[in-house]
Write a new protein. Sequence first.
Length: 205
Amino acid sequence: MTDTETLALGPALEAVLMVVDEPVTEEHLAKVLQRPRREIADALAALADEYTAQGRGFELRPVGGGWRFFTRPEYADAVEAFVLDGQQARLTQAALETLAVVAYRQPVSRSRVSAVRGVNCDGVMRTLLQRGLVEETGTEPETGAILYRTTNYFLERMGLRGLDELPELAPFLPEADVVEGDSQEGVPSFDPDAPDTEADDKTEL
């Protein structure tokens, strides 16, 4: 029996999860700890339940295809105060809007995102790329334009297991924009080749 096989599984998982910087899959943990995947999955679920029962300030949950420790939402103010220490590092409204378009329309080109928002978004897209929230994913066959999608880091930051957990858009749309069935009638359309209505350096910085 190897050294990893003699370790208590729960503490071994805790030790590994303490040093990861992104969600780690059950398959990877099973390989590293030389245990069956089913045993790993059961142990992770047991740890998650244990932390919840004990009322810990952190939780273990599956997100972005793997498992990782997170601080509990009820302690968000304390964590934010410590991490930011008076500084603001949040995305701008323009960046949040652009990220939302990519999330719901992906894979999508910059021109299409700009068309939906009605303003050039090149500067914001560069910011999202630099922060690792979006990434390139091939080109559009018709135009050769680069296509973009959200990353696993986006899922991690949003606390989602996958894109299918994105909330429905309908409840957030004005009533005039909500239509029956799959019809697009009533939904604003934009011409991606039309000139921008706002200057990039006025709204995207």
